[in-house]
Design a protein around this ligand. Structure first.
Ligand code: FES
Length: 88
C-alpha cells in the first residue's frame, strides 16, 4: 500500500505575487493514477520567504521544501518523489 504524498503549495503573498497561484494548476497536470497517490493542498505562508538562499514561490513536496518553482518544476518534483517511493 502506498502512502499518499502530500504537496503543500504556498498561497501566501510573497509566493502569490511570484507566480504561486499558477502552481495550483498542478491538479490539471497529473494523471488520474497520480491523483490517487498525491494530496495537493494550498497553504498559508510556509515561513520560507525570509530565506535568502531560496526564492518564492515555494511548495513542500512531502518533507522537501522547494523554491523558485514553476508548474513544470513542481510536476517534475512530484513525479520524482513518487518514483523514489516506488523505487522506479
Ligand atoms: S509567502 Fe510563501 S513561504 Fe512565505
Amino acid at each position: 500500500m502506498n502512502e499518499t504524498l502530500t504537496v503543500r503549495i504556498c498561497t501566501g503573498t510573497a509566493c502569490y505575487v511570484q507566480g504561486g497561484s499558477f502552481l495550483l494548476d498542478i491538479e490539471n497536470r497529473l494523471s488520474s493514477e497520480e491523483h490517487t497517490l498525491v494530496e495537493i493542498r494550498g497553504a498559508g505562508c510556509l515561513g520560507a520567504c525570509g530565506e535568502s538562499f531560496l526564492r518564492p514561490p515555494f511548495a513542500l513536496v512531502g518533507e522537501t521544501l522547494m523554491g523558485n518553482l514553476t508548474p513544470e518544476g513542481l510536476e517534475e518534483a512530484i513525479r520524482s518523489a513518487l518514483a523514489r517511493r516506488t523505487g522506479v
